[in-house]
Design a protein around this ligand. Sequence first.
Ligand code: AR6
Length: 540
Amino acid sequence: CAQSEESSKGYPITELRSGYDCWGPPPLPPVQPSSSHTVLYKLPWRPGQSPKPYPTVPVDRWDQEHVRMPNSSESLYPVQETDEEKGLRLRWELVQEALLRSILNSHQLESAILSYNSRYNEKWNFRALHTLFDEVLEKEEADVYFRDVLPGMVSLALQLPELVTGPLPLLRKHKCHTVSLSQLQIGSLLANAFFCTFPRRNSTKRGSEYAAYPDINFNRLFQCGGTSDSNSVLEKLKCILNYFRRICKSYLGPQGTVTFSRRYMSPGSFPNWGKSTKQLPKLHITSSGFIENEGSGMLQVDFANKFIGGGVLGWGCVQEEIRFVVCPELIVSRLFTECLDNTEALIIAGCERFSAYTGYGHTFEWAGDYRDETPFDPAGRRHCSIVAMDALCFGNPSTQYNMQNLVREVNKAYVGFCEPEGHEGSALPPVATGNWGCGAFRGDAQLKALLQLIAAGEAGRALVYFTFGDQTLCDRIYGMYKYLTDNSVNVGHLWNLLNQYSRKILNTSSGNVPDLYEFLYSSVLESFEKKGGCFSIPDI
Ligand code: AR6
């Protein structure tokens, strides 16, 4: 089953796709309101029109279970009424007054935003935003933005009370809960985030109400300027502006829907890895291509931070942040997703891609508008499913082979890959992944590939692995995979071998740590010889 192209190995991608019809069902529960699924628009979804908000009569909740909305009647802000007197005003009135004034450049935008965030007058700066509009964009382009795009963004932000009429639940730790929103509702929420209107979200200090949530107001991104790293921040801003330009320009607005599903498994409910008799999954591995392109129609892994989106609203510009700026609807998950614990993942189905890009990290650049032709499912979601799973970040990479860490990582991958309720028995699309946890988080890709194979094998779905241009890694992982499968090593057996390796390095002085793959080759060979067989290690 090896492929003809040198850069790709394993099962042909077409064969892996043929297991499910065309795009396959998204691995998510259907959109059906219930106690564990909040739907903030009217069902059923109809193509060609933007879904109407639900409920019809707005409900305002100002509590710890829901997002505190900027337009809540309980959202008050201190204002200096006279020289001596301070008073409280409705924050939403302040927002409306500020944003409805004429805003013709980034400096006026800064003043508007600070007028309802006056506590941060001395703390925030808008360096990146000013650099973009004063120095990077042509004057004509900047003028067009303030003349044509910004008013649309203001209008979208200020329609929040009419567009998001129901309380938006927080997706809290250790609770499986799903939220479905229309793309238009997400646009309005994100426009509010851009204008920094979300109350109680400006302090990330320990003990503050939202300390366990990612930040959502865009002020941190606006101030990431003035260093040699700021170029990628400016490019990220271009992606975001392109998103707003697109959704504000379209006459009907975006018409689809997006579902965000927090998945939690209690630590006691995971498979007993050492006892599993499941086969290793089918694997396609390639050094060319990207998860978000060639992984279309598959469950695409977001190499996440436990604070979803990681540094998207700051300096970060690696896999997760790039995905979030080219598909900005993902950013709204930061508004309501508490940081992920060890046995949790977030699945996002339906988001649209708006921008093309080139480069990575410091070389990242916005490469223009992107028209996403992905078809919709019957519930209005684009057939694009992303699973956010945060690997462990290893200060000292040698600790990644500790049993406790292996368990943590395999469980994390499993909670992301496993069959969602309601889909039992249906063929699940493959997982599109790669060097998860092996860039910023300093993991060993050879190990992580095996852990992901174990989790995918147990979950009963194929793995499509992108090594991001690394042909040697592609050959090595495939060589190991072929060796294991040729020798009928299954999930449980492989897990036990990793366990042995973990014990071995624990008892070895640091200089003499054996290479993981060498260890596996010789261990499998030993057990094979014991059974009277003879098998040679591939030469790679
Ligand atoms: N497709 C396939 N592989 C990719 C792609 C892509 N589009 N982009 C990168 N890679 P990294 P981590 C490969 O560092 O180590 C963020 O800040 C490439 O080989 O993004 O899990 C998050 O918010 C790259 O080195 O993931 C977290 O805070 C490798 O994937 C943190 O980084 C790992 O990408 C997560 O770090």
